[in-house]
Design a protein around this ligand. Structure first.
Ligand SMILES: Nc1ncnc2c1ncn2[C@@H]1O[C@H](COP(=O)(O)OP(=O)(O)OP(=O)(O)O)[C@@H](O)[C@H]1O
Ligand SMILES: O=C(O)[C@@H](O)C(=O)CO
Length: 422
């Protein structure tokens, strides 16, 4: 079984986001948790290897990405896609630039693109400037991100600061004229010694015009948006069969460790609807209280009438205060461990439909659940599909799981997720 498109994603929810767009465009896709140790045993068109490499040391991100590349090549991948965040989360140290460069070297490729455009989630690129919603990236709140503050929206500058290859721009003029004009611009840039081209795109039509121009490129680097234009290059058309999953059953729950604005609204909406919800307090975890067991005891009698929500989600000032007392990394790790233990306990108690909010939180939960591979199903909201996976915590049985990026999803996401698979 040979895959067509081999993808490397720098975080878990981002991997699901990419796989979702591929499935919507007709590809059958699976997501692996880390680089598998054995050959793929699924008949699919695309594989997304999910790493947790966004904010680790650049040399570690390179090593993990190259290991993923080697595994994907061994599965026959004809084109490689490096997926990063639609808000281009990175610092001058990386990891977008260094990983791109290492993949280019390994593939012997002298030219690639970089575009985080994802119009379905209001990420657009114009004249090389990235917008999140109606404002420049650097005014969107991302300038205050604790790990990857994005203070410059000019992606040519941002990318140039993290790569030795020359960075150029395929601007909207070329993109609007279609694949031939885009290819012509690629050749012009290549002749000027450019190795990485930021590409403008403000709509899905732009991404569909970009797709054919990428058909012969060994490496594509992008957010998830560019993926919508690639399956057609392999003769694949959208089909609902690609997103078919086994029927969902079992108890329902949501766990959330995301403190993003969208997740805060989603928690408030769930609570306001009068549904059972329990907040967990990081300071109690730090005090040695067995918060996970208490949460599971609380949930047990409510699950039959579920869904229930267990969350550490809090607003920015509450998070800052906890971080001030416990330290940023320590607070994060403690909360992640606790939510992961809760997720495991819920599945051990019969939960088979689980929504997890937050990228880091999802990573911790998927690992605690003993999940190695996710089959991608139908979209709930842009960037977030239901997935199906075998889980050690379920005794090897399958469960449905949705991994939601912090800033994705409508306010009623937690309730509507479950009605969407009834
Ligand atoms: N109340 C809290 N106080 C301090 N830290 C918290 C609290 N709740 C969660 N955290 C930590 O904050 C981090 C949230 O990151 P996570 O990636 O899960 O969500 P996100 O940033 O909203 O999602 P994404 O990466 O998809 O945008 C985790 O490390 C989590 O453990
Ligand atoms: O591209 C995005 O915005 C998401 O898939 C993501 O990577 C969030 O961490």
């Amino acid at each position: 079984m040979s895959v067509l498109l081999g993808c490397i994603a720098d975080d878990f929810t981002g991997a699901t986001d990419l796989a979702n767009n591929l499935v919507r465009a007709g590809m059958r896709a699976v997501q692996t948790i880390g680089v598998p140790s054995a050959p793929l045993d699924a008949d699919v068109d695309a594989v997304v290897v999910a790493l947790k490499s966004r904010t680790i040391a650049p040399e570690d991100a390179i090593a993990q990405s190259l290991e993923a590349l080697r595994w994907l090549q061994a599965q026959g991948a004809r084109q490689i896609y490096f997926k990063y965040c639609s808000t281009f989360d990175s610092t001058p140290r990386g990891n977008i630039g260094p990983v791109t460069e290492a993949l280019m070297d390994a593939l012997g490729c002298d030219f690639t693109i970089a575009t985080p455009a994802f119009p379905d989630n209001k990420r657009t690129v114009f004249k090389g400037y990235l917008f999140a919603g109606d404002v420049l990236l650097s005014e969107s709140g991302m300038q205050n991100h604790p790990l990857t503050p994005m203070t410059d929206a000019n992606l040519v500058r941002v990318m140039q600061a993290q790569t030795r290859r020359k960075v150029g721009l395929v601007d909207y003029g070329a993109v609007a004229r279609g694949p031939a004009a885009i290819r012509e611009r690629f050749e012009q840039l290549r002749a000027e010694g450019v190795g990485v081209a930021i590409v403008d795109a403000v709509s899905n039509d732009d991404l569909m015009r970009l797709g054919p121009a990428l058909a012969d490129m060994p490496l594509v680097t992008a957010g998830s948006g560019v993926a919508i234009g690639l399956p057609a290059n392999f003769g694949i058309a959208p089909s609902s069969a690609a997103s078919a999953l086994p029927k969902a059953g079992g108890l329902r729950a949501v766990v959330s460790g995301s403190c993003s604005l969208a997740t805060n609204r989603q928690v408030a909406d769930f609570v306001a609807a009068g549904r059972p919800a329990l907040a967990i307090d990081p300071l109690q975890i730090a005090a040695g209280i067995d918060v996970a067991s208490q949460a599971l005891e609380w949930a047990a009698p409510l699950l039959e009438r579920g869904p229930v929500l267990i969350y550490s989600t809090a607003d920015a000032s509450a998070v800052k205060s906890v971080q001030g007392r416990l330290g940023v990394d320590e607070a994060g790790a403690m909360v992640e461990r606790t939510i992961a233990a809760i997720a495991r306990g819920l599945v051990e108690r019969g939960v088979r439909q689980l929504v997890v909010a937050g990228g880091e939180t999802s990573g911790a939960c998927v690992q605690a659940l003993g999940i190695a591979q996710l089959q991608i199903g139908a979209q709930i909201d842009p960037g977030v599909p239901w997935c199906h996976a075998r889980s050690e915590a379920a005794g090897g049985a399958g469960l449905h799981i949705a991994l939601k990026s912090g800033n994705f999803g409508t306010d009623d996401f937690f309730s509507k997720s479950f009605t969407s698979i009834e």
